[in-house]
Design a protein around this ligand. Structure first.
Ligand code: AKB
Length: 316
């Protein structure tokens, strides 16, 4: 990658990714784009709606882009509330990116998700290649996106790559509209209130990952030798699998007085129950040397230190 356009750059992944790409490739080599005016990122920035393919092509040509990291999408909980909008943004946004990529010869990274799995998928150590019958609109758009990216690679030779992200935990920007968002909110509430009420039930295991590993996955996969890639668009990646009580226990090691309560949100719980408990990421390990650096204890320690500084609390 030399000149990189990021869509959805003002979101949870985009804000962290833009900084990481600037460090790796140079400040001027990264063009952040988003639907809103940019008030948060120190970056080259263009306002861009991914549903406007013509405007996307104009921006790509103007900035001599060679790679797109396409993050703009509605997440699972929001998508269940607005399923038709989710189909429009997630699918037509991706179709525009792929069409522009075909015509302008760009490389494309698109994240899929653990949401691409559903009924009948083996829930534990979910294999790379297995049954995918998601029951959420978000999942439907993710599995369709995986197939569309594979199609553009096979039919038009577009260099498309992607991973199935688990829940992502970070301290830079808050997530919005996801089912795994609780795993970020719990850290804020632990520090601010000493207590957290989980909308996800005890015992509900989901895959999770700390943001630095999620960003490494993008850079590593995009720079991977294409001759080693058997799968392209939907590598299972994971770093840890935990239930709400596991992250609460990890936080209690640093804040012993922290209390966890439960008030289960049935809409979120239904989504969580349809997703795997843990993924098998051996294909990513074999094909592009994927190896996460953060487990739950290491991530918890770093999250609490980073958030204390952000929230201006004394770091002990
Ligand atoms: C969500 O919860 O919707 C996302 C995801 C797992 O794709 N974080």
């Amino acid at each position: 990658m030399k000149k990189i356009l990021v869509t959805g750059a003002l979101g949870q992944v985009g804000t962290a990714l833009t900084k990481r790409l600037q460090q790796e490739y140079g400040f001027d080599q990264v063009l952040a784009t988003g639907l809103q005016e940019n008030t948060i990122l120190d970056a080259r920035y263009e306002k861009l709606n991914v549903l406007n393919g013509k405007e996307m092509m104009r921006v790509v040509r103007k900035h001599r882009i060679d790679s797109v990291i396409h993050l703009a999408a509605l997440l699972s909980a929001t998508a269940e509330g607005k399923p038709l909008l989710a189909w429009d943004v997630n699918m037509n946004g991706l179709l525009n990116v792929l069409t522009v990529a075909k015509d302008a010869k760009l490389k494309v990274f698109t994240p899929s998700s653990i949401a691409a799995f559903g009924i009948g998928t083996p829930p534990d150590q979910t294999p790379q290649d297995t049954l995918q019958r998601p029951t959420t609109m978000y999942g439907v758009t993710k599995v369709s996106g995986e197939l569309l990216c594979d199609y553009f690679y096979r039919k038009f030779g577009v260099d498309t790559r992607g991973v199935r992200y688990p829940g992502l935990i970070s301290h830079e920007s808050l997530p919005g509209g996801g089912t795994t968002d609780y795993a970020v909110h719990i850290f804020y509430d632990a520090l601010l209130n000493g207590t957290y009420t989980s909308p996800i039930a005890k015992g509900t295991k989901m895959d999770m990952m700390y943001m630095p590993d999620a960003l490494n996955a993008i850079v590593q996969l995009m720079e991977a030798d294409p001759s080693r890639l058997i799968h392209r668009n939907a590598f299972n990646v994971t770093a840890m699998s935990f239930a709400p009580e596991d992250v609460a226990n990890a936080i209690q090691k640093h804040i012993p007085e922290f209390e966890m309560h439960y008030d289960v949100n049935q809409n979120l719980q239904q989504i969580a129950d349809s997703w795997p408990n843990s993924l098998d990421d051996s294909a990513a390990r074999a094909e592009w040397d994927w190896k996460p650096e953060y487990d739950l204890p290491r991530m918890t320690k770093e999250m609490l230190i980073a958030l204390k500084m952000k929230l201006k609390q004394p770091v002990r």
